[in-house]
Design a protein around this ligand. Structure first.
Ligand code: IPM
Ligand code: MG
Length: 360
């Protein structure tokens, strides 16, 4: 079996972590008898530097023609000036929108060997096993109007939090379906005490819940959710939420698992049923300060490869093999700088990738 993979290394540490992701993917292919045809494309700052566009049409085309996409990271200080028209991040947003990758899945699990690396107490995080389902192609990121202007010499700006009922229904359904396959608890996160879009969201959640009588639905306000995530995170099973809320609480949730360098993500265009187009990427950004230093933790990307095998290629056993390889590497005491602890062995990006690949 042959799969066509588009690789978008992107900016900063992106190429380094994507390289290790590919190393592990190819090792899994060797071990289980699959071939991966890799096609490399430009995105983000790297694409702006070369073509002037953050998402060149060839890149979008490659992504439309392949089975899955692996992305490193985007973000480049050379193009950060807020007055610029085009930003590296536009490439990522354009891809999400252009491929209708409306469901972003960000699982948070605790590796027992890392329990002491978290800044939170072991007893708080020890039973954490949750997944955040973030809406990815609507809300504040994309709503119109979205612009800056001047009136009587004063600067003004607007972003719009817009959702249609179809957009809300389809992401809620992903949340319910995933909850059905897990502990059957869905927390719908909104700000219905203030926002109209959240009131619609809550109404829709109650409607969709009728189709899932076996799943227990709770509504929780986003501020309360932020608090409960560090107070009693193990109470959560599946969280479903709006784009911006999801962006914020997933960075927060990454700290449960000790480092942003550990959190994978899947962005898909439907239910995670094994043959769905998807883009897989670490939750972390391009970390320009660490770029080119062989320091970055590649585990978030490697775990994203596991999600790719499971959700887009239907290769469950292979996904598990990657996750187990990560686990044994950590159990044997290997650590990148971000998860380093006393008495552990510090390794760089490449060596971490090698160690994990060898254990598949
Ligand atoms: C993420 C990132 C992106 C986002 C940035 C890089 C545009 O923070 O995937 O969480 O805000 O969605
Ligand atoms: Mg984010």
């Amino acid at each position: 079996m042959r799969f066509k993979v588009t690789v978008l290394p992107g900016d900063g540490i992106g190429p380094e972590v994507a390289g290790e992701g590919i190393k592990v993917l190819e090792r899994a292919g060797e071990r289980f008898g699959y071939n991966f045809n890799l096609h490399y494309g430009l995105i983000g700052g790297a694409a702006i530097a070369e073509t002037g566009s953050a998402l060149p049409p060839e890149t979008l085309h490659m992504c439309q023609e392949c089975d899955v996409i692996l992305l490193g990271a985007v973000g480049d200080p050379r193009f950060d000036d807020p007055k610029r028209e085009i930003h590296p991040e536009d490439g990522l947003l354009g891809l999400r929108k252009g491929l209708s990758l409306f469901a972003n899945l960000r699982p948070v699990n605790i590796f027992p060997s890392l329990i002491d690396s978290s800044t939170l107490k072991p007893e708080v995080i020890k039973d954490v096993d949750l997944i955040i389902v973030r809406e990815l192609t609507g809300g504040l990121y994309f709503g119109q109007p979205k612009r800056r202007w001047q009136e009587e010499g004063k600067r003004k700006a607007v972003d719009t939090l817009f959702y249609s009922e179809e957009e809300i229904r389809r992401i809620l359904k992903v949340g319910f379906e995933i909850a059905r396959g897990r502990r059957k608890k869905l927390s719908s996160v909104d700000k219905a005490n203030v926002l109209q879009s959240s009131r619609l969201w809550r109404e829709m959640a109650m409607e969709v819940a009728m189709e899932y009588p076996d799943v227990e639905l709770e509504h929780i306000l986003v501020d309360a959710c932020a608090m409960r995530l560090i107070r009693r995170p193990s109470e959560f099973d599946v969280i479903v939420t709006e784009n911006m809320f999801g962006d914020i609480i997933t960075d927060e949730a990454s700290m449960l698992s000790s480092s942003l360098g550990m959190l994978p993500s899947a962005s898909i265009s439907g239910l995670p049923q094994g043959r769905t187009l998807g883009m897989y990427e670490p939750v972390h950004g391009s970390s320009p300060r660490r770029a080119g230093k062989d320091m970055a933790n590649p585990i978030a990307t490697i775990l994203s490869v596991a999600l790719m095998l499971r959700y887009s290629l239907g290769l469950k056993e292979e996904a598990l093999a990657v996750e187990r390889a990560v686990q044994s590497t950590l159990e044997e005491g290997y650590r990148t700088y971000d998860i380093m602890g006393e008495g552990k062995t510090k390794v760089g990006t490449k060596e971490m990738g090698n160690l994990i690949a060898q254990r598949i």
